[in-house]
Write a protein that binds this ligand. Structure first.
Ligand code: IMP
Length: 212
């Protein structure tokens, strides 16, 4: 069976960290990834109401601008008692200076203000693929857990130190990258929302026979 994602694709992100992670995930399938930044493509405004909508906006713009299949992701933290906030505003809660300590403090204070004892939250990652011919595919990975305050750990990024996934005692901030984002070789479910979305994408669009 031929993979629907093969050869050269564009990663619709200007974030070097995301680009590196995607390149590493795609390399074993023989997919070569260039970034929207390297191709000089403009970053579209993320005006979507949810993660899937924003990922599609980015993937469509990159496919149209490059003439290549494009992969985009959008992700964030959703807190139950805050009606899903910060959600698509997760990056924006950290402000221009990307101050995630302040963003987590805001989550803590808004949850406390709500008066609810619930600390339930989940991370979401939407991966969207758009082809120059207009076809599209989306995959959404989630991981559920509890907010943890005071925050713990220095290993991850963003909201990692304030989130403990179900079935675990440690926060994402206390886990190694491999434990959080790794794709298990035995085919069992990965832990992070992004790794879970990638597993779905790989099953649908990449073929194991391409793996080296
Ligand atoms: P975007 O996907 O670049 O729009 O940004 C999503 C934001 O959500 C990031 O800036 C992070 O703050 C947060 N986020 C998404 N995934 C994770 C994660 O795995 N750990 C911690 N924070 C995350």
């Amino acid at each position: 069976m031929k993979s629907k994602l093969a050869g050269k694709i564009v990663i619709a992100s200007h974030n070097p960290g995301k680009l590196r992670e995607m390149r590493e995930l795609l390399a074993p399938y023989g997919v070569e990834a260039v970034s929207a930044g390297e191709l000089g493509l403009a970053e579209p405004e993320e005006t979507g109401a949810d993660f899937v909508a924003n990922a599609l906006i980015k993937a469509r713009a990159a496919a149209e601008g490059s003439g290549l299949p494009a992969l985009a992701d959008d992700s964030g933290l959703c807190v139950e008692v805050l009606g899903g906030a910060p959600g698509v505003f997760s990056a924006r809660w950290a402000g221009e200076s990307k101050d995630f300590a302040a963003a987590m403090a805001r989550v803590h204070s808004e949850v406390a203000k709500s008066g609810s004892p619930s600390r339930r939250a989940h991370f979401v990652s939407a991966l969207a693929v758009a082809w120059p011919d207009g076809s599209e595919a989306v995959f959404e990975g989630k991981v559920f857990g509890d907010l943890t305050f005071p925050t713990r750990g220095t290993k991850g990024f963003g909201y990692d130190p304030c989130f403990t996934p179900d079935g675990h005692e440690r926060t994402f901030g206390e886990m190694s990258a491999e434990e959080k984002h790794g794709i298990p070789a035995d085919g069992s479910e990965a832990l992070s929302h992004r790794a879970r979305a990638f597993q779905m994408l790989a099953r649908a669009l990449l073929t194991a026979s391409q793996a080296s």
